[in-house]
Design a protein around this ligand. Structure first.
Ligand code: HEC
Length: 99
């Protein structure tokens, strides 16, 4: 787990188009994977689905929401999402918002 997160920074730079427009950097790509696994089913592309649109909530509010959950949204503690993964997730959401 720890070694794999360190490897991300060393791996060759890869890029990946977001909705055909924006190129994501490595940590945004990692964040995209985390998003797809954990958030996509309720917040499709960050927009409203089962949950509300999340793109416009301020960063600190998003982090709080993910860690603690609210209402029907489950909490993601550090066993499920490390600090590093949460950082990557936030970078991905920022990229989505700016797209
Ligand atoms: C099982 C469905 C579900 C999953 C999975 C889920 N959410 Fe949510 N989310 C919700 C619901 C429902 C709400 C509204 C909660 C409320 O206010 O009662 C919400 C609210 C939020 C909000 C607050 C939005 C606002 O402006 O009030 C953020 C930010 C958020 N989710 C981010 C995430 C992220 C990031 C993930 C992945 C780590 C995630 N959610 C996974 C259902 C989900």
């Amino acid at each position: 787990m720890v070694s794999s997160t360190f490897l991300v920074g060393c791996s060759h730079r890869s890029s990946h188009p977001l909705a055909g427009a924006q190129i994501l950097n490595d940590s945004e790509i990692a964040g995209e994977k985390i998003f797809m696994q954990n958030c996509q089913r309720c917040h499709p592309q960050g927009a409203a689905g089962l949950g509300p649109s999340i793109l416009w909530a301020p960063g600190f509010a998003k982090r709080f929401q993910v860690r603690h959950g609210v209402g029907a949204m489950p909490a993601f503690d550090k066993d499920h999402l490390s600090e590093k993964e949460l950082d990557q997730l936030m970078e991905y959401l920022k990229a989505l918002k700016n797209n």
